[in-house]
Design a protein around this ligand. Structure first.
Ligand SMILES: Cc1cc2nc3c(=O)[nH]c(=O)nc-3n(C[C@H](O)[C@H](O)[C@H](O)COP(=O)(O)OP(=O)(O)OC[C@H]3O[C@@H](n4cnc5c(N)ncnc54)[C@H](O)[C@@H]3O)c2cc1C
Length: 463
């Protein structure tokens, strides 16, 4: 269904299938209907629930302010779709244009959108991960289970990994008056996403709020009691922390296994797509009928040297879904690129943190407004003489200005004076990101070139 009137037919009576019925999937479906798609729409989701919102799971839900089943995503409009919920997609036949489901059904499509997101990376030692009291947090069920256990008043919560999610969990626990230990392999919380300068502020914040924060250590094992309940965590510095709840917050794994062998360019780093959200096949050729959006996608971005960007950002999932939906039913000349400037928020320990651009690409940082000591500031990140990102701690109203500097690739250090500047803040300093070859938890943005490992076809030189 392409060109010469066939696009009209697609819009009128085509079959669009969306795999992954969550934030990106729902927003794409709504956009398709908004833009006049009148054909059949099938939403396939492995979770048995209608689309719900995840950010409240580590905030309001853990605080006991909202039950986990109350975070359904508001609908922008009716989508008139067939919902296949509680049934995972298990395979894709690209040639026959069919999605295989776990219940044996096959669903044919003219256009397919893949929005299968990510899942929480479990504790790597399976037997220890299965101990009662060991949790991860990604889904509504996981949120409900953890919230229930926190409400029981455990003696101590032990959080492994101080990325955004781990830090938010620690914050919620402290707000509930629970004792919390956080173990982080890096030098400080949030260090992978925001670097060591801002990470040091986050560390002070945690300690001031009573978190027993242990940085530069790894958890070597979890220990259970005779009834299979977790009772302690052992650390690489030889110490042991007694605990009855462990939350593993070690980042995410892309949900791409179901595409193995399909011929699509999908792997552990996500699904590579072009700026118009069209998926690449394993030969590096862009497909015409398969689109990708949300946390599972990795796509090139003009602002960041056309490197492939993987974002675990709510706003990106929405923006990319809207672009993918538009492009799925548009002529090639009308297609739009996904050029969203990365933006992320988090609230923890009473502080509202927001970032724009890609701070983790920055090598230098300066603080043109506010001060690190007051924990109310803007940090601006520089990369090769240009502004590449910014972070605000309780200073978000200035962020749109810095976003414009990112968008216009303004020079770094930025050449303007600010009213509330502190003399030290005008001097760029090393942003102190960890060595990129050392894994850290929780950078919500990953940059990657096109990996040679993604090429799985035989190269035959032409004669
Ligand atoms: C606890 C928590 C807190 C967060 N806080 C913030 C925040 O403060 N700010 C922010 O910007 N972002 C935050 N995020 C991230 C944000 O929620 C995600 O970016 C967003 O959910 C991505 O949407 P998505 O639709 O791409 O993927 P997901 O929401 O992961 O949805 C993918 C869906 O596809 C389903 N699926 C997977 N495989 C299959 C299959 N084979 N067949 C069928 N269905 C499948 C999954 O089960 C899931 O329902 C947070 C996330 C979590 C978990």
């Amino acid at each position: 269904m392409n060109g010469d009137g066939s696009l009209e037919r697609l819009r009128r009576e085509g079959r669009i299938v969306v795999v992954g019925a969550s934030l990106a999937g729902l927003r794409a479906a709504e956009t398709l209907r908004d833009k006049g798609f009148a054909g059949s729409l099938t939403m396939i989701g492995d979770e048995p629930y209608e689309p719900y919102d995840r950010p409240p799971l580590s905030k309001q839900v853990l605080l006991g302010m909202a039950p986990a089943d109350s975070t359904a995503l508001p609908r922008r409009r009716a989508v008139d779709a067939t919902w296949r919920l509680g049934v995972p997609a298990t395979g894709l036949d690209m040639a026959a244009r069919r999605v295989r489901l776990a219940d044996g059904d096959e669903v044919p499509y003219d256009r397919l959108l893949i929005a299968t997101g990510v899942r929480a990376r479990p504790w790597p030692r399976e037997a220890e991960a299965e101990l009662d009291g060991v949790f991860v947090l990604r889904t509504r069920e996981e949120g409900a289970a953890l919230a229930r256990r926190l409400a029981d008043g455990p003696k101590r919560v032990f959080v492994i990994g101080a990325g955004f999610t781990g830090s938010e969990i620690a914050s919620a626990c402290r707000e509930r008056g629970l004792s919390v230990t956080v173990a982080e392999r890096g030098a400080a919380p949030l260090v992978g996403a925001l670097g060591g300068v801002v990470g040091a502020v986050a560390a002070d914040l945690q300690r001031e709020h009573g978190v027993d924060l242990r940085c530069g250590v790894m958890v070597t094992s979890l220990e259970g009691d005779s009834s299979g309940r977790v009772r302690a965590a052992h650390l690489s510095d030889g110490s042991t922390v007694e605990t009855d709840v462990v939350v593993v917050s070690l980042g995410a794994t892309r949900n791409t296994e179901w595409l193995a062998g399909s011929g699509l360019g999908a792997g552990p780093r996500g699904i590579a797509c072009d700026a118009g959200c069209r998926a690449f096949d394993i030969r590096g050729i862009v497909t015409d009928d398969i689109y990708v959006a949300g946390d599972v996608a990795r796509s090139p971005h003009a602002l960041f040297g056309y490197q492939f960007l993987s974002l675990e950002h709510w706003g990106n999932a929405v923006a990319q879904a809207e672009i993918a939906a538009h492009n799925m039913i548009s002529e090639s000349a009308d297609r739009l690129p996904h050029m969203w400037v990365p933006a992320f928020w988090s609230s923890q320990f009473g502080v509202n943190i927001k970032s724009v651009g890609v701070p983790s690409l920055g090598t230098e940082i300066m603080v043109p407004q506010g001060t690190l000591a007051s924990r109310r500031f803007i940090g601006v990140y520089g990369y090769q003489g240009r502004v590449i990102g910014a972070v605000a701690f309780d200073h978000a109203r200035w962020l749109p200005f810095y976003q414009e500097l990112v968008e216009t690739t303004a020079p770094f250090p930025p050449p303007f004076p600010t009213v509330d500047r502190h003399p030290d803040g005008q001097r760029p300093m090393d942003a102190d990101f960890p060595d990129p070859s050392v894994p850290t938890h929780g950078p919500t943005v990953t940059l990657s070139g096109y990996s040679p490992a993604d090429r799985r076809m035989t190269f035959t030189p032409a004669h």
